[in-house]
Design a protein around this ligand. Structure first.
Ligand code: CMC
Length: 430
């Protein structure tokens, strides 16, 4: 491989270093481009721009490979607890038995939120979006827990603030749901594990105890693992960008929650189910919606299809599709939306428009059907994505902070507005 690239501008040739990642990804290092040439690069949407060097997650979009810290997503989803994968992503290595036990203890230790925070929930309007509640409450954690590293770091690289955020976010998510339906809050139960505790806080009611079915806990565990990190996507890049200005962990993650919200990103899981409901209610008129998705004058897109990086089946979607069949069978749930989803996928997979653009189902296509089956309301789907993504956001934030070469994130632009012109006093303006 060449160790530099040549760039010729106005008769002058510049050499740019090439760097290679451990899995063979090659990058032209343009960090000194402006200084040396006076030129910037233009790459809206960052289609070709590497914003950092990272050793957390590897994905190969052409082959459909996704690894966390070198471990295949398939192995982790089949064999681990979410909290174990969170530890891996945050610390770099899988925990041994004692480390995992300590981590579980801390998840229990930090599960409560300050009682004063609970008053906040009372003042959102009844139909407030759970995503806006989540971002607000995560941001305000800073007011209640301002110390970031106040105790000895028990994990080697993983701060108490990290464990606190990972644990508290599920309490916040569950409380926001209970408040939205006007039910009394269910506090964390130290006898339950991370996922069980979340389910119990969501669904337990006075005099109607919630029985946690193993199939439900296992499906949710898998979904959280599959969402745990996905390298430099929109929300993760937002977390890094906010952190690069010195923003605290909670502020950065709160910004990440907001970035995730959009229907092109994490909000797609909600948009998928709404789209499937639309097709169902419209007498299963698949042709109409496929036609709309292909029409350049129509903003409608098939939610749950396509990905910036994957140009083949999203490996997470493969696992979720199987899990979906399993959960619905185990819970004896018949959901007509699953049939609609299967038929839509079948039609799309035989349609030249989608084939030629490599548009396959992504992580969001089948996940909503599982959430529905286990009782999660549609407006909480993206909160579930955020819950899963927390370890990734924190790990990426930590990595960014530890990078000696990290600078404040500050892109350039190509300006196309007016050049300097004469000021017009008010009385002369048209
Ligand atoms: N339905 C119809 N056409 C599509 C779709 C879709 N879902 N996705 C992409 N296209 C077309 C697009 O119109 C364009 O066509 P053309 O080349 O003729 O202009 C071509 O495919 C390339 O699309 P793009 O918008 O340039 O691709 P992108 O990499 O900028 O966007 C995406 C990626 C995920 C935003 C897009 O595929 C999309 O909008 N999908 C639907 C929303 C969705 O499911 N998002 C969840 C992504 S996975 C979760 C996550 O990690 O965020």
């Amino acid at each position: 491989m060449a160790d530099f690239a040549k760039l010729s501008i106005e008769g002058q040739t510049y050499t740019l270093p090439i760097i290679e990642g451990t899995a063979g990804q090659k990058a032209i290092d343009i960090r000194n481009l402006l200084k040396e040439t006076g030129y910037i690069t233009l790459d809206s949407g960052y289609m070709n721009t590497g914003s950092c060097i990272s050793n957390i997650t590897y994905l190969d979009g052409a082959k459909g490979i996704l690894d966390y810290r070198g471990y295949a997503i398939e192995d982790l989803a089949d064999n681990c607890f979410f909290i174990e994968v969170a530890y891996l992503i945050l610390n770099g290595e899988l925990p041994n038995f004692d480390q995992l036990e300590q981590f579980k203890r801390d998840m229990r230790r930090f599960a409560l939120i300050h009682e004063d925070m609970i008053h906040f929930f009372d003042h959102f309007p009844p139909n407030a979006s759970p995503m806006s509640i989540l971002s607000t409450m995560v941001g305000t954690l800073h007011n209640f827990y301002p110390e970031m590293d106040e105790e000895d770091d028990p994990y080697g690289g993983l701060t108490v603030a990290t464990a606190r955020l990972l644990s508290k976010i599920r309490t916040i998510a569950a409380f926001s749901y209970k408040k939205s339906i006007g039910h009394p809050l269910v506090y964390p139960n130290a006898k339950l594990n991370y996922v069980q505790n979340f389910l119990n806080m969501m669904f337990d009611r006075p005099n109607i105890p919630y029985i946690i079915k193993p199939e439900v806990a296992s499906a949710l565990n898998k979904l959280l693992i599959l969402h745990a990190d996905h390298e430099q996507n929109c929300s993760t890049s937002t977390v890094r960008l906010v952190g690069s200005a010195g923003g605290n962990l909670y502020a950065s993650i709160s910004a990440g929650v907001n970035a995730l919200w959009g229907p092109l990103h994490g909000g797609a899981n909600q948009a998928v189910v709404e789209m499937l409901e639309l097709i169902y209610a419209d007498d299963r008129d698949f042709d109409k919606y496929i036609r709309k998705a292909k029409d350049k004058n129509d903003p409608f897109r098939l939610s749950g299809f396509g990905h910036r990086v994957y140009k083949t089946f999203d490996p997470r979607a493969k696992i979720i599709k199987e899990a979906c069949d399993h959960v619905l069978r185990a819970l004896e749930v018949e959901d007509p939306l699953l049939d609609i989803a299967r038929e839509l996928e079948e039609r799309v997979s035989n349609d030249d428009y989608f084939i030629s653009r490599n548009l396959y189902p992504n992580v969001d296509f089948y996940s909503g059907i599982i959430y529905r089956a286990i009782g999660i309301p549609t407006n909480m789907f993206t909160v579930m994505f955020a819950l899963g993504r927390i370890p990734g956001w924190i790990a990426q934030w930590n990595e960014m902070k530890q990078d000696q070469d990290q600078k404040i994130g500050r892109p350039r632009q190509v300006y196309t507005g007016y050049t300097r012109r004469k000021f017009i006093p008010m009385h002369q303006r048209a």
